[in-house]
Design a protein around this ligand. Structure first.
Ligand code: ZN
Length: 406
């Protein structure tokens, strides 16, 4: 699907999907794409149309914006900001919900499912089914590291449930999950229109949903109405054949603000998820991602680990004057990748920095947690153990270099 220019413009607001604004001559193009099954365009249209109606209601006689922002765009942004965080709709100028309830489609209507049905007919879907079956992608293999991968991802993102999901035909299922309640884990798949993943897969782009419970496009989705899924962040899993077969994603049952670095982190971790799925067809892929891997601990290769450190810094980075829990890079020396892996725990994200130099990335670590980790490393026989925090530098690269120079 190539509406790249339009998507790029829409994508600039991807983290605030209710704030999409577009020019009137975009509307025809958006409608065309949406009717072809483009989730990005359909979502923009549905959300923007409700915004327009809310705004019109807020402008009704007797509800004039006295004392409120008069600029339409400013008023729209303010209205949407409040609605996104609180679920309050059609706010009056004083911020209180007032006047008649807006006459929008009820919660029973689900535009996300209407678009998802269109995904089944897209040409890319036939290729997807073929690729998933050729890889037997829905079946985890004995000894693969995908559960460890999800444990590592979970340390970075404070979400409830994580999936390596596979989207095939009418069903969205998972290869591996983490965090599902036992009664839900028994359901290995969902109807495709209930999944958020179908929108990520078909759009071939990351999907960020901060509050599905109030967002017009998603709030009728049965995953939201039945299971209470409020927040979602997912990135596509793209095989060596350039076919997207599923997602690496996280769900949460409360609204979440999702920083850009969270998407970047998932994109790097997704490379490992794909390498695990393709391990029989392309064993070299896993070697490019992992320098050493065992049940007890993984050591990522230097290029992957540097990207993870950078993404994490982007996620949590803040000016040095703001102190508090942050991410910490603990570095240490070890004679080999195998011996480095022996002092790493399976849920930790560790990797190569330079020859004989390794790092463990501790997300959201309080200062004493970092000190305790260093003490454990020293007790385990690691040498030259140092720490660097995200506060120490303004860029991830600089951060890594400083750690290595200590
Ligand atoms: Zn589109």
């Amino acid at each position: 699907m190539s509406h790249d220019d339009l998507h790029t413009r829409l994508g600039r607001a991807a983290h605030a999907p209710l704030l999409w604004t577009f020019e009137s001559n975009d509307v025809g193009e958006l409608e065309d794409h949406a009717s072809e099954g483009c989730s990005v365009c359909a979502r923009a249209l549905v959300n923007a149309r409700e915004t327009a109606v809310d705004l019109a209601l807020a402008e009704q006689p007797g509800r004039a914006p006295d004392g409120g922002p008069t600029n339409v765009l400013t008023r729209t942004r303010e209205l949407l900001r409040r609605r996104r965080m609180t679920g309050t709709r059609a706010l009056g100028p004083d911020g209180a919900a007032s006047g008649p309830k807006p006459q929008h489609a009820s919660r029973a209507s689900d535009p996300s499912s209407v678009v998802a049905h269109k995904h089944l007919a897209l040409a890319a879907d036939a290729d997807r089914i073929h690729e998933i079956d050729a890889l037997d992608a829905r079946t985890p293999r004995a000894g693969e590291g995908t559960e460890r991968l999800l444990a590592q991802v979970a340390r970075f993102l404070d979400f409830s449930v994580f999936f390596v999901s596979i989207v095939r035909g009418e069903r969205a299922s998972y290869r591996v999950q983490r965090g599902l309640a036992p009664e839900l884990a028994a359901f290995r798949d969902l109807r495709r229109e209930m999944s958020f993943c179908t929108h990520c897969v078909s759009a071939e782009a990351p999907l960020v949903v901060e509050n599905a419970l109030v967002e017009p496009f998603f709030r009728g989705n049965k995953a939201a109405t039945r299971f209470g899924v409020a927040a979602y962040v997912g990135v596509p899993l793209r095989t060596q054949n350039r076919i997207i077969i599923g997602t690496l994603c996280a769900l949460h049952f409360e609204p979440k603000t999702i920083p850009h670095g969270a998407v970047e982190l998932l994109q790097v971790f997704a490379e490992r998820a794909v390498a695990e799925i393709e391990r029989e067809r392309h064993p070299d892929l896993l070697k490019a991602v992992l320098a050493y891997s065992s049940e007890n601990g993984d050591v990522y290769t230097s290029p992957i680990f540097h990207r993870l450190v950078n993404a994490e810094f982007n996620r949590t980075g803040r000016p040095p004057f703001e102190r508090g829990p942050g991410s910490v890079l603990v570095t240490f020396n070890a004679p080999s990748e195998k011996s480095a892996a022996s002092v790493v725990e399976s849920h930790e994200t560790a990797g190569c920095l330079a020859p004989s130099s390794y790092g463990i990335l501790l997300p959201n670590a309080a200062p004493n947690a970092a000190r305790e980790r260093v003490a454990k490393l020293v007790a385990a026989g690691a040498t030259s153990v140092f720490t660097a925090s995200a506060h120490d530098a303004r860029s991830g690269t600089e951060w890594t270099q400083r750690a290595m120079q200590q």
